[in-house]
Design a protein around this ligand. Structure first.
Ligand code: GAR
Length: 203
């Protein structure tokens, strides 16, 4: 059976990338295959995870390339070289321009660590999201997988999962619970859903 060719874009630790790689190794993503990991940070541990899984890893930084435009041009070329059909933003902490996102309608997925539309948009990333949730005093938060368009965290929602905030939570504790209970489950599931649609030519 043909598999959709997937690139995962990362900036840091890559636990969400790992969740995809593990799900794939366990046969839970039968319609997709991770063929490439792109990091926009030179020292991202996610690149080690790619190496261990025998997946090609490429580093492209805005600093190196001089501008967002040059970064996106290099990214497009790399994705084309690898025949990528689906892009997954897994802790990729840079906002892609409309020029880029408009070329990939329903072909870019992002995982965000809150229940969108809460605690999302420009400036809400990583621990900052959980700090904001705790500051507001919400009792339930979670994670969202959505398609990416030109509005940060504004594309169509595909999957969401709620997670309870516990008394005494720190941003770090809450982040870990949201990852364990929601992100690491939702993202592989969404990747399989869209891969299947790509292979079956349905969206
Ligand atoms: C994850 O919690 C992800 O949801 C978040 O960054 C973390 C990356 O962790 N993404 C965003 O905040 C995007 N706005 P990871 O590198 O271990 O997957």
């Amino acid at each position: 059976m043909r598999k959709a060719r997937i690139a995962v874009l990362v900036s840091g630790g890559g636990t969400n990338l790992q969740a995809i790689l593990d799900a794939s190794a366990a046969g839970k993503i039968p319609h997709g295959e991770v063929v490439l990991v792109v990091s926009n940070k030179e020292d991202a541990y996610a690149l080690e995870r790619a190496k261990k899984a025998n997946v090609a890893g490429v580093t492209l930084t805005k600093k190196q390339l001089g501008s967002q435009e040059a970064f996106e041009t290099a990214l497009t070329k790399t994705l084309t070289d690898y025949g990528v059909e689906l892009i997954v933003l897994a802790g990729f902490l840079s906002i892609l321009s409309e020029t880029f996102t408009s070329r990939w309608p329903r072909r870019i997925l992002n995982i965000h660590p809150s229940l969108i539309p809460s605690f999302c948009g420009a400036g809400y990333y990583g621990l900052k999201v959980h700090e904001a949730a705790l500051k507001k005093g919400v009792k339930v938060t979670g994670a969202t997988v959505h398609f990416v368009n030109e509005i940060p965290d504004g594309g169509e929602i595909l999957l969401q999962k709620a997670v309870r905030v516990q008394p005494g939570d720190t941003p770090e504790r809450l982040q870990l619970r949201v990852m364990q209970q929601a992100e690491w489950k939702l993202l592989p599931k969404a990747v399989e859903l869209v891969s299947k649609e790509i292979v079956n030519g349905r969206n």
